[in-house]
Design a protein around this ligand. Structure first.
Ligand code: SAH
Length: 230
């Protein structure tokens, strides 16, 4: 099946070819996980961004999605998800439930829906939440639910989660998220460094009811995790 990128026929690349190239670039950067790569091959990133930027959809860049927010660059999404899925089989992931904080345009939520059995994604900016709904509708991902709210509270109703992915950087990981995670579960979140300079990706594994193990991963750059809704 051949599908054109966005509304601009002059682009000359089908989105499938562009996505295959994006995968080559991700592999060249060291992304190895076939479950993650397969999911990124399946999701049309151009469908989540403004048509004026569609020609850049498969470059490894963050792009504006309105309200001062950005769609994370493909290599960042891949790296986050590789950390989330590490050590778990594709079959186990198909049985697992994941919570995403920061739906943004909905791209990463769609990728997660190709990996996990069930996805719940929360966004605090109403217009982005609604735009994500519009972007996702044609993809008919019946295992993905979008919620509007402040992700600091997590989403108690559907907890516990096997995995939690946070797409915005806070000063600390909100406690409700740690509590809504299953024992054996893993959370991946960008966190601002204590000195205020820069951010690092934090991995937290819930090893027991009352024990969480922190691993600090790579330096990253995400938009800030903010309080309240608007
Ligand atoms: N996963 C997104 C990345 C969006 S950027 C994508 O694929 O495009 C991060 C998003 O987190 C922004 O949309 C921002 O509004 C949202 N955000 C920031 N603080 C939040 C909070 N407390 N609760 C929910 N969403 C939040």
């Amino acid at each position: 099946m051949v599908e054109r990128v966005g509304p601009s026929p002059g682009l000359g690349l089908t989105s499938e070819r562009a996505r295959a190239r994006m995968l080559d670039a991700l592999r060249a950067q060291g992304v190895r996980d076939e479950v993650v790569l397969g999911a990124m091959l399946a999701v049309p990133r151009h469908a989540f961004i403004d048509s004026g930027l569609a020609s850049r959809a498969y470059e490894d860049v963050a792009l504006p999605i309105g309200q001062g927010q950005t769609i994370s660059k493909p290599s960042t999404v891949a790296r986050m998800l590789e950390n989330v899925v590490r050590g778990r089989s594709a079959a186990a992931l198909r049985e697992a439930r994941v919570l995403e904080i920061g739906t943004g345009c909905g791209y990463q939520a769609a990728v997660l829906a190709h990996v996990f059995g069930e996805v719940i994604s929360v966004e605090r900016v109403r217009s982005l939440h609604e735009a994500a709904r519009t972007h996702l509708r044609p993809l008919r991902l019946s295992n993905l639910r979008l919620a509007f709210g402040d992700g600091h509270q997590g989403m108690q109703a559907q907890s516990p989660y096997d995995s939690i992915v946070v797409a915005a950087a806070g000063e600390a990981i909100p406690e409700p998220l740690l509590l809504q995670m299953q024992v054996g579960g893993r959370l991946i979140a960008p966190v601002q460094n204590a000195d205020g300079a820069g951010q690092a990706l934090h991995q937290v594994d819930r090893t027991d009811t009352d024990h969480w193990a922190l691993t600090v991963l790579d330096a990253v750059r995400f938009v800030p995790l903010r309080r309240g809704t608007r």
